[in-house]
Design a protein around this ligand. Structure first.
Ligand code: NAP
Length: 304
């Protein structure tokens, strides 16, 4: 029987692990399929306090993991396939069928890339359709690529791509970017980024590999196919709450509902990070939520 099981190996989960382990709770943490969460796939992080110079996303996440392990967090790279929160002790079952019992659980399972949901997208993933510039940008050296989305992720990833590719065409559905001005300026200063305004991707074209993207101008309804070997999609995230629905309350956007003390509707189950936070979604805030969840789990376990 565990005092606490943590579901999720991103900043929120690792921060919770550090605090629970230092409180002597010997937490068991499941990372999911990949270790490190979204930041492990991010090239550089410039806004996490404590690093006067940039820090690599993978490095930062690796440091967090090792810090959690140093104090005794047991970290297992496995997917949680089933949970039972209806009675104590709670049960957490992994994809390989192992069931663990716990008195408290911190749910920090994060969020996944939102898909466009257009023809060709699913079929051509890994063959030109990508959700990670750091992982796949290399394959499109000196070529013209497309980035979809107008938020901070799209601009961040476009800037990263300019170091590898010839040109980045950002396709955005409005006539104004959502991204912070500093990122917009940085992208434009590269001289390798242009924006196709008021346009949506209606199809990703190609048989074996991506050869283009069909675009529709939402103002004129005009359609055209732009030739490209790669379409990078950064249009936000959807919270990973499917596993918990029916047991934990979620809002209309699918985010976990937690109170100001990270408590879910089930006493002893806490939420932390992108799984509940649709507002800030920063590495620093995810860590903060992880710390709060860990401190509340400690209080719950000691009955105060
Ligand atoms: P986001 O801020 O939600 O932006 C998503 C973008 O995709 C928006 O421009 C949106 O258009 C567009 N979009 C959404 N659904 C679409 C669809 N079906 N078709 C076409 N376009 C669509 O998501 P994000 O950029 O991934 O950022 C997530 C969070 O992480 C944000 O809070 C962000 O600030 C943070 N973040 C921060 C940094 C940084 O500080 N350097 C880096 C990355 C992410 P509209 O604008 O029209 O809604």
């Amino acid at each position: 029987m565990r005092e606490v099981v943590i579901i999720g190996g991103g900043p929120a989960g690792y921060a919770a692990g550090i605090y629970c382990a230092r409180a002597g709770l010997a937490p068991l943490l499941f990372t999911g399929k990949e270790m490190g969460g979204q930041i492990a796939l991010t090239d550089t992080i410039d806004n996490y306090p404590g690093f006067a110079d940039s820090v690599g996303g993978f490095d930062l996440s690796d440091q967090m993991r090792r810090q959690a392990e140093r104090f005794g967090t047991e970290i297992v790279q496995d997917v949680v396939a089933k949970v039972r929160f209806t009675e104590q002790p709670f049960e957490v079952t992994t994809a390989n069928g192992e069931t663990h019992q716990a008195k408290s659980v911190i749910v920090a399972a994060g969020a996944s890339y939102r898909r466009l949901g257009v023809p060709g997208e699913e079929r051509l993933v890994g063959r030109g359709v990508s959700y990670c510039a750091t992982c796949d940008g290399f394959f499109f050296k000196d070529q013209d690529v497309v980035v979809v989305g107008g938020g901070n992720s799209a601009l961040d990833e476009a800037i990263f791509l300019t170091r590898i590719v010839k040109h980045v065409n950002i396709v955005h559905r409005r006539d104004e970017l959502r991204a912070d001005k500093i990122l917009q300026n940085k992208a434009m200063a590269t001289g390798k980024v242009s924006v196709i305004w008021d346009s949506v991707v209606t199809e990703i074209v190609g048989d074996e590999q991506v050869t283009g993207a069909r675009l529709r101008n939402v103002k004129t309804q005009e359609e055209r196919v732009i030739e490209t070997p790669a379409v990078f999609i950064f249009i936000g995230f959807v919270p990973n709450t499917d596993l918990f629905k029916g047991q934990l309350d979620v809002d209309e956007t699918g985010h976990l509902i937690v109170d100001s003390r990270q408590r879910t509707n089930i006493p002893g189950v806490f939420g932390a990070g992108d799984i509940h936070d649709s507002r800030y979604r920063q590495v620093a805030t995810a860590c903060g939520y992880g710390v709060m969840a860990a401190l509340e789990a400690q209080r719950f376990l000691s009955g105060v």
